[in-house]
Ligand binder design. Structure first.
Ligand code: GUN
Length: 288
C-alpha cells in the first residue's frame, strides 16, 4: 500500500482546461487577421463506434473555433475514390489537417491511404514521414494518444526523467510512439507485449506503467510496484455495456501514487491533442 493517498488524474478536467486555452489561441489568431484553422475528417462506412468518434471530433472543433468538415463516404467507396478525396483536401487551403477515421473497410489498403495524406496535414501523425520525425524527436505532430498521456503526466506534476517507464502493448498508434515520447523525455523505457517473459515482473519494476493492451482487468495489483504511476490507455466495452480500462482499478488504485481512471482519464485527452495538431498544422501558437 502506498504511503500517500492515491491521486486520481482527472483527464476530463485537464482536457477541458486545455481546450479552453486552445479556443483562446484560435480566437487571438483570427483577431490578428489569421485564417481560421480547418480540420477534415473522413469516415468511410457505417461503423457505429467510428461514427461516435467522428461526431465528437466535429463537436470539439466547433467548440474551439476550428472549422470542421466531416466527409461521410459509403462502405462501397473504392480506394481510388477515397484517394481522390484526399488529393482534393491536400490541395484545399481551407483545410490544414486531414484525418481518415480507422478502421477502413477491408477492400481499402490502410497504408496506401495514410501515405496519400500530405505529411504537412497529417494530424494523426500516422504518415511514415511523421513517424520518422517522432523517432528523431524533431516533430510537428505528436501522435495524439501518447501525447495526451505525456500532457496528463506533466499537468499532474509527474516527471518522467530518469524513471523506468514500462509500456504494455506495441501498437503503431499507441505503444511504439508512447515509448518514443517517453524516451525523448529522459525516461528509460521497456516495451512489453504478448511474448514478453515474466511480464508481471517487468511491470513490477515500473515507476510509470502505461497499459495499452485492450483487455479489461489485464493489469492486476501484483503487477504494480507500491507508489507507481499507472496510466490506463485501454478502452474496453464490457458485456453489460460499461466502459473499462486495462487496469483492475479497484485493486490497483490503492497501490498507485497516481492513476488515470477509465472513462475520464486518457480518453478525453486524445481529441484535445488532435486540436493541438490542427493548430500546429495551421502554424498557430500552441498553448502550454
Ligand atoms: N480510430 C481509433 N483511433 C483512431 C485515431 O487515433 N485516429 C484515427 N484516424 N482513427 C482512429
Amino acid at each position: 500500500m502506498s504511503d500517500n493517498v492515491t491521486k486520481i488524474i482527472n483527464g476530463k478536467e485537464i482536457s477541458a482546461t486545455l481546450r479552453a486555452k486552445i479556443a483562446q489561441k484560435v480566437a487571438a489568431h483570427i483577431d490578428n487577421g489569421g485564417q481560421r484553422p480547418g480540420l477534415a475528417v473522413i469516415l468511410v462506412g457505417e461503423d457505429p463506434a467510428s461514427a461516435v468518434y467522428v461526431r465528437n471530433k466535429h463537436k470539439a472543433c466547433e467548440e474551439v473555433g476550428v472549422y470542421s468538415e466531416v466527409i461521410k463516404l459509403p462502405e462501397s467507396t473504392t480506394q481510388n475514390e477515397l484517394l481522390a478525396v484526399i488529393d482534393s483536401l491536400n490541395n484545399n487551403s481551407d483545410i490544414h489537417g486531414i484525418l481518415v477515421q480507422l478502421p477502413l473497410p477491408k477492400h481499402i489498403d490502410k497504408q496506401t491511404v495514410i501515405n496519400a495524406i500530405s505529411a504537412d496535414k497529417d494530424v494523426d501523425a500516422f504518415h511514415p514521414v511523421n513517424i520518422g520525425k517522432v523517432m528523431t524527436g524533431d516533430y510537428k505532430f505528436a501522435p495524439c494518444t501518447p501525447a495526451g498521456v505525456m500532457y496528463l503526466l506533466k499537468a499532474s506534476g509527474v516527471s518522467t526523467e530518469g524513471k523506468h517507464c514500462v509500456v504494455i502493448g506495441r501498437s503503431d498508434i499507441v505503444g511504439k510512439p508512447m515509448a518514443m515520447l517517453m524516451l525523448h523525455s529522459g525516461a528509460t523505457i521497456t516495451v512489453c507485449h504478448s511474448r514478453t517473459r515474466d511480464l508481471a515482473g517487468v511491470c513490477r519494476d515500473a515507476d510509470i506503467l502505461v497499459s495499452a493492451v485492450g483487455k479489461a482487468g489485464f493489469v492486476t495489483a501484483d503487477m504494480v510496484k507500491d507508489g507507481a504511476v499507472v496510466v490506463d490507455v485501454g478502452i474496453n466495452r464490457l458485456p453489460d455495456g460499461k466502459l473499462a480500462g486495462d487496469v483492475a482499478y479497484d485493486e490497483v488504485a490503492p497501490k498507485a501514487s497516481y492513476i488515470t481512471p477509465v472513462p475520464g482519464g486518457v480518453g478525453p485527452m486524445t481529441i484535445a491533442m488532435l486540436l493541438m495538431n490542427t493548430l500546429a498544422a495551421a502554424d498557430i501558437e500552441l498553448p502550454d
